[in-house]
Design a protein around this ligand. Structure first.
Ligand code: UDX
Length: 435
């Protein structure tokens, strides 16, 4: 099929590259000319495992093209994917301005029957609005069919997730459009959930809200475990083996972050309010997450009393391992709190430092060498479960730190190993180890 994908962020780019890989002819469109130039040379502006390799092979096969011209990119396409950002507005709702601007462009260049597919996360009713905008002024004999096709990709494993998804959701009020989408996705061999337009829009928000709820749930249980000397990792395993609960998203830590969960939680809560319904569970999920961000800084303050002049090694800044993304990272409030208590911070992260510099207070020092962060620090604070940190030899923590004290916000290290090494160790929902 002849396909256009508008927006080369991580959703649009991964979608375009993967569709080209299964044999479709795909043109990716983005207004950022620099990005388009870079993509044409086969270099990805974002890091995603396996993406650059696929990008290069599909360009080589002539299945994948890049343009910054809507006219060139949209002309004569059977299916047009919209994958532009829907960031959070000041009032918590999703900002749809870019999406609607793109719809205006689409309207100008459609001269044949076309299926418009929304990948962007949008509130209920938006796809109906998209259809209305695009249908205005298009010739009467042209049919515009709109499909909601939310994505469930995780950053860091987006290519893998595309080919190994649990399901593909296709929502449309138009049977022909659903057929086209089934045909388009056939080579993936992934089960398809077919639904109406609004239910598909709701599935995306409900899925993210449910996953965020699992995380806040296990974080609450972790906090209780600390009070009663239980171990949350064992509790998570014990409940997760019940298929009705499921083992995933039960890792206790310092709270969820990233470009999706916090934004989508705000959007669904705001949508509830606007519809006259209060989503009490989800408001609690958000509240628990914000509180959990404070967990580690509060523990450090309690342990040291005063942080003035203390040197603290922050290990990991990205919102999760495998990405350089700092958007809504839980490290942000933690670092801010520790800095305002007077500590000197040296932060280690394998890839997120350049992004972190734009967001974190200017007093933070950075290093890409873990031992440089640890050197003569009064304690180490683990905020992202990078492999580099998880696999770092325990005895070296002791060797480099001025005082062998670790606060582990991701339960990265083994209790047994830190105990044997004589390290004072605080983790989330697990017994404290005193050296
Ligand atoms: C998420 C959804 O998983 C994905 O389906 C959706 O399309 C976009 O949002 P992503 O933001 O890439 O993906 O990251 P994810 O792996 O889901 O993690 C989100 C946050 O939750 C991270 O901060 C992570 O550290 C945290 N998390 C995740 C936990 O604290 N515990 C867990 O058990 C799982």
């Amino acid at each position: 099929m002849n396909i256009a994908v508008i927006g080369t962020g991580y959703v649009g780019l991964v979608t375009g590259v993967c569709l080209a890989h299964i044999g479709h002819d795909v043109t990716c469109i983005d207004i950022n000319e620099e990005k388009i130039k870079q993509l044409r040379t086969g270099h990805s502006p974002i890091y995603e495992q396996g993406l650059e390799e696929l990008l290069q092979t599909t360009i080589h096969k002539n299945n994948l093209h890049f343009t910054s011209s809507f006219q060139n990119g949209l002309t004569n396409k059977e299916v047009i994917f919209i994958a532009v950002g829907t960031p959070q507005s000041d009032d918590g709702s999703a900002d749809l301005s870019t999406l609607y601007t793109v719809c205006e462009e689409v309207r100008k260049y459609i001269h044949r029957n076309t299926v418009i597919v929304t990948k962007s996360t949008v509130p209920m009713g938006t796809n109906g609005q998209i259809k209305t905008i695009i249908e205005q002024k298009t010739a009467e004999n042209i049919s515009i069919q709109v499909v909601s096709n939310p994505e469930f990709l995780r950053q860091g494993s987006a290519v893998y997730d595309t080919f190994n998804a649990d399901r593909i959701v296709i929502g449309s009020d138009d049977k022909e459009a659903i057929k086209t989408m089934e045909e388009l996705y056939k080579p993936y061999k992934i089960p398809i959930v077919k639904t109406d337009l609004r239910s598909a829009e709701m599935i995306k928000y409900a899925a993210n809200a449910f996953l965020a709820m699992k995380i806040s749930f296990i974080n609450e249980i972790a906090n209780l475990c600390e009070q009663v000397d239980a171990n949350v990792d064992d509790v998570a395993q014990g409940i997760g083996m019940d298929n009705r609960i499921g083992e995933h998203f039960l890792k206790a830590g310092i709270g969820y972050g990233g470009s999706c969960f916090p934004k989508d939680m705000n959007a669904i809560i705001t949508l509830g309010k606007r519809s006259g319904y209060t989503l009490s569970i989800l408001e609690a999920v958000k509240y628990v997450n914000e509180k959990q961000n404070d967990w580690i800084a509060d523990k450090i303050l309690k342990r040291f009393g005063d942080l003035k002049g203390k040197k603290i090694a922050i290990l990991g800044l990205a919102f999760k391992a495998g990405t350089d993304d700092m958007r809504n990272a839980s490290s942000i409030p933690v670092v801010q709190k520790i800095i305002s208590a007077g500590a000197n911070i040296t932060a280690f992260d394998p890839v997120a430092i350049s992004n972190a510099k734009h967001i974190l207070p200017k007093e933070v020092n950075y290093t890409e060498l873990l031992e440089e962060a640890l050197d003569h620090a009064d304690c180490a604070v683990i905020l992202t479960d990078w492999k580099e940190i998880k696999d770092y030899p325990i005895h070296l923590f002791k060797q480099y730190l001025a005082h062998p004290i670790i606060f582990d916000g991701r339960n990265c290290l083994s209790l047994q190993a830190v105990k044997e090494c004589g390290i004072e160790y605080y983790s989330v929902g697990r017994p404290t180890i005193k050296s």
